[in-house]
Design a protein around this ligand. Structure first.
Ligand SMILES: *Cc1c(COP(=O)(O)O)cnc(C)c1O
Length: 375
């Protein structure tokens, strides 16, 4: 039966949904006030609660994580080129092109997933205005080296922190790093507002510049600068407020499943799991594995085994951004090759991970790998 088999499938992610009544009960005050958007009561409350929850100071809500990146580039008045990573979701590089700037792709670390700060030097020239690293899978970038280079060269730093909601290093939020950090509140992310996002700014003046630009450049009924429309609505902000009430439970569930994966896959020859460095409070956003040469099946063969069992993981991020057509055709790849990013893209599978995934589903997924190992 078609429907039955469909409900048995395990997908890479499943958006968290609170009880519908809890969300619907939030809507009555929108109907009473008649304020649907433009920084209403829920919008203001969500900004405040997120700042308190995340331990940050200056946050501006926006309509998605991609516009968050674009607004940050615009508000920081970056020109020319931006150094970024080929190993990310395509939106990271797209935001640079959308703003008419040129991405320069620098490879990721050998044995890691984040932009390698040691390679930035080679890619620098007088036209580079900023560095845009990504905390891939919620693992913090090597901040010291990145920001040292930025300081020496007078470059801006925008972290794409779409994977790093709630991530801390030594007890402090990574969202305070750089000139700005951007978040995505897309349905599939750890914390969501259906669609949504935010820019976390180092200082209040930058936040004001984001506020202007997300609302056509308007402040006090006057247009002060070029702007777009990137506002988050009251209905979306209401979802965020409900999600915050559930966040501790969501994180605990994610952590449990993440740890079950680790326990079962840690010592499987040919499979590498994500290593959370010491001092990091993680958010258990993704469970990537790397399928190595010592594993009896190739990455794609293992992937097909999953599909045959109605398990739908993702090759996330495959291919590297530098191998996607818009980025190939425009010949904007730097002189620098990106072997580590390509190797990771060829080896990675992100296994299903979401708050409601059952222990038995995680076990079923691990069994596919262990059975393939045994032949
Ligand atoms: C999800 C994501 C984005 C884009 O966010 P949207 O809210 O979907 O626009 C950007 N960068 C990374 C790394 C992401 O994972």
């Amino acid at each position: 039966m078609k429907n039955e088999s469909k409900t048995r499938g395990i997908y890479v992610t499943k958006p968290y949904l609170p009880e519908m009544e809890e969300y619907v009960s939030m809507l009555s005050s929108i109907w009473e006030s008649g304020v649907l958007t433009n920084g209403g009561a829920y919008h203001q409350a969500l900004e405040q609660e997120l700042c308190a929850h995340l331990g940050i100071g200056n946050l501006s809500l926006v309509c998605n994580g991609t516009l968050a990146l674009e607004l940050a580039i615009q508000a920081l008045e970056i020109k020319g080129k931006i150094i970024t990573t080929p190993y990310s979701f395509v939106a990271t590089a797209a935001s640079i092109l959308q703003k008419g700037l040129e991405p320069v792709f620098v490879d990721i670390e050998d044995g890691g997933f984040n932009l390698d700060p040691e390679l930035i030097g080679d890619a620098l020239d007088g036209r580079v205005g900023a560095i845009m690293p990504v905390h891939v899978y919620g693992i913090p970038c090597r901040r010291e080296r990145i920001e040292e280079i930025a300081r020496d060269r007078g470059l801006k730093v925008i972290y794409d922190a779409a994977h790093a909601f709630g991530v801390e290093l030594e007890g402090k939020s990574v969202l305070n790093w750089g000139d700005a950090s951007t978040l995505s509140f897309h349905a599939t992310k750890v914390f969501h507002t259906f669609e949504g996002g935010a820019v976390v700014c180092r200082n209040p003046e930058l936040r004001r510049q984001i506020e202007l630009r997300k609302n056509f450049g308007y402040e006090n009924w006057e247009v002060h600068c070029l702007g777009s429309n990137a506002k988050l609505s009251e209905a979306q902000a209401a979802m965020g407020l409900v999600m915050l009430r559930h966040l501790e439970r969501i994180m605990n569930l994610r952590k449990k499943r993440f740890e079950l994966y680790c326990a079962r896959l840690e010592n499987v020859t040919g499979i590498k799991t994500l290593i959370i460095p010491g001092g990091v409070k993680h958010n258990y956003s993704y469970f990537p594995i790397l399928v190595g040469a010592e594993f009896p099946l190739s990455r794609d063969e293992l992937f097909d085994r999953f599909i045959a069992q109605e398990i739908y993981p993702r090759k996330y991020f495959h291919p590297a951004i530098t191998d996607l057509s818009p980025y190939r055709e425009f010949k904007i790849i730097s002189r620098h090759k990106v072997p580590n990013a390509r190797r990771a893209a060829e080896a990675v599978i992100c296994l299903p991970l979401y708050p409601d995934i059952s222990e038995s589903d995680v076990n079923r997924i691990c069994d596919v790998i262990l059975q393939a190992r045994q032949g």
